[in-house]
Design a protein around this ligand. Structure first.
Ligand code: GTP
Ligand code: MG
Length: 302
């Protein structure tokens, strides 16, 4: 059932041909060197198509803090063109105020998209369960999502025990490697996809989600861009997390000094270490940050 491949169906998706994941990297504007260093397994368009065709319901898992950065239009188009039920899932909803979750749900529903919210961490996956239970017949559901959105955590919570591997930062042991199918109810099967969706819409998210923070080549540049974005969308977030304010570089310097990260020899603050800390705490939610639908103008420019 998982190896469905029909060239006729491929014709539905004219953009096919990017079957090599490396090409997908190039699409998001990474240099060849950067793309070869990416440790993460990204799904090729061919794999996305195969998994969608094998499914009745396609869950597109998004991080509720930044859903618009992570949506994958190719997946959505393939699911809709092939008559699959597409459900956008705002996971990590525990990190976002309830009112903002409602705003996003309304935003997507107004655009004709089914959208629900979950938190694999608090175990609140009622909305997914409801959809799976109401199916009635034998169905296959698949979970797609950018790196680190909580795909495996959701699968684990659905199964009720730790069975799919979960990992905290990109490219560290525990990231999902092979295709895994689980039977969760008598007539319901789920696929934990063997990789993640590429992030076509956002270069910054693509870089920080596809490698461990210590493997990011230019952590300084990335952290500066990240701080600028966070402050543009949610001013004061960095100060609330670290008690440090100012221009991005000043923030990194003061943070390094506060933490005692000093370069041996020169005695200068180790701002690269501070940069990696910012990236880590952005990923795991220690910096409180989220977007709202009325940030759409900034989001599309950020
Ligand atoms: N706060 C919060 N954290 C979550 C939630 N779901 C997952 N996480 C955390 O997010 C990180 C990534 O979770 P995974 O389940 O490994 O995500 P994934 O999408 O399967 O990741 P890859 O397979 O590596 O792409 C882990 O540290 C999880 O604990 C959630 O609902 N809320
Ligand atoms: Mg996983």
């Amino acid at each position: 059932m998982l190896n469905i491949s029909s060239d006729q169906d491929l014709a539905l998706s004219p953009a096919i041909g990017f079957s090599d994941p490396l090409h997908v990297y190039f699409l998001v504007g990474m240099s060849g060197r950067e793309s070869r260093k990416a440790l993460f397994r990204l799904l090729s368009r061919r794999e996305i198509l195969d998994n969608v065709l094998a499914s009745d319901i396609v869950f597109e898992i998004l991080d509720a803090r930044i859903p618009e950065y992570l949506r994958n239009r190719f997946l959505e188009r393939v699911a809709m063109n092939n008559g699959k039920r597409l459900v956008l899932v705002l996971n990590k909803s525990d990190l976002v105020p309830r009112s903002v979750i409602s705003e996003w749900i309304n935003y997507y529903r107004d655009r004709g998209l089914e959208c629900i919210a979950t938190s694999a961490s608090t175990g609140d996956i009622r909305a997914v369960k409801r959809i799976l239970r109401e199916a009635g017949r034998e169905i296959m559901a698949s979970f797609f999502g950018a790196p680190k959105v909580g795909k495996s955590s959701l699968v684990n919570t659905l199964k009720g025990k730790k069975s799919a591997t979960v990992s905290r930062y990109p490219g560290t042991p525990g990231y999902t490697k092979g295709i895994q199918v689980y039977r969760i109810y008598r007539n319901v099967y789920i696929i934990d996809t063997p990789g993640s969706l590429p992030i076509d819409a956002d270069r910054l998210e693509m870089i920080i989600r596809t490698r461990p923070p210590e493997k990011i080549e230019n952590p300084l540049g990335i952290a500066i861009e990240l701080i600028e974005r966070i402050e543009r969308i949610m001013p004061g977030s960095i100060e609330r997390a670290y008690g440090v304010s100012g221009k991005p570089l000043e923030i990194l310097e003061v943070l390094a000094i506060k933490r005692g990260w000093i370069l041996r020899g020169s005695g200068e603050p180790n701002i690269e270490e501070a940069a990696r800390e910012i990236i880590r705490s952005y990923l795991d939610g220690r910096i409180r940050f989220y977007t709202k639908p009325d940030h759409m103008d900034i989001i599309s420019k950020a």
